[in-house]
Design a protein around this ligand. Sequence first.
Ligand code: FES
Length: 124
Amino acid sequence: KIMYSDKVMDHFLNPRNTGDLPEADAMGEIGNPACGDMMRLFLKIEKDVITQARFKTFGCAAAIATSSILTEMAVGKTLDEALLISKEDVAAALDGLPPKKMDCSNLAADALHQAIQNYRLNKS
Ligand code: FES
């Protein structure tokens, strides 16, 4: 049986910032081919700062929890700061993930990076 930290369980059972963001300025979508799980991340961006983030994730407990904490980590950051958020940062913010589940935190970090890239492409 996989043991999760209390923080993972909290974010899995009470995920923050779920759902659509109708006026989103950016969207990132990432799937994990290994398991078929996927995450969609929506951002509101004002003057290069992320002001709101919401997500929709079909996935395991780790995927939901990492998506949830990622939205909290991203808000208030500039786009350049947000690009520095790694999957290790996401896992660490949840007091760690079981080794087998580390890849699940890729979804959140990659979706964030992709949303920012999409945003910059659309603006240029
Ligand atoms: Fe698919 Fe966790 S098992 S993201």
